[in-house]
Ligand binder design. Structure first.
Ligand SMILES: [Zn+2]
Ligand SMILES: [Zn+2]
Length: 138
């Protein structure tokens, strides 16, 4: 996966200490995290305020390091951009099934070229019924 210019190293250098802290904490996670959950984790070892976490998340989002997605309850979950992960989410049991690879990678490259737009990330989710729930309904 190619990263958008300017280079990652250059962009990393422009981060504040707190922004780096938040980014590193997110990088350790395998699943998207809410700001509150991230704050709770950080507080185990660091002195950091919730407002600082929110500010850092905002800055990291605008700098193209992280993305957020809204859950069905409207809560925002944050994750790093390296996790280009898409899911099939079951509307009945709420289970998420990660899919292999990114189905829109080439589309993203085309859009970038055709519209001269630097794309940081995309979201793509599929909703329906999982095998178990579909059986129960059938
Ligand atoms: Zn289900
Ligand atoms: Zn993708």
């Amino acid at each position: 996966m190619s990263l958008p210019a300017p280079s990652l190293a250059v962009r990393l250098e422009s981060l504040t200490v707190n922004q780096r802290l938040v980014l590193q904490a997110l990088q350790r996670e395998t699943e998207p995290l809410s700001a509150q959950a991230l704050f709770t984790k950080l507080r185990e070892t660091k002195k950091i305020g919730l407002a600082t976490v929110y500010r850092a998340l905002d800055a990291l989002k605008l700098a193209g390091f992280i993305q957020h997605q809204a859950t069905m309850t409207g809560e925002l979950l944050y994750q790093t951009l390296e996790q280009d992960q898409h899911c099939l989410t079951c509307l009945q049991c709420g289970e998420s099934f990660p899919i292999q690879g990114c189905p829109v990678q080439s589309l993203e490259e085309n859009l970038q070229a055709n519209y001269s737009f630097r794309i940081y990330y995309h979201t793509l989710e599929f909703f329906g019924l999982c095998q178990l729930c579909a059986k129960g309904n059938g």
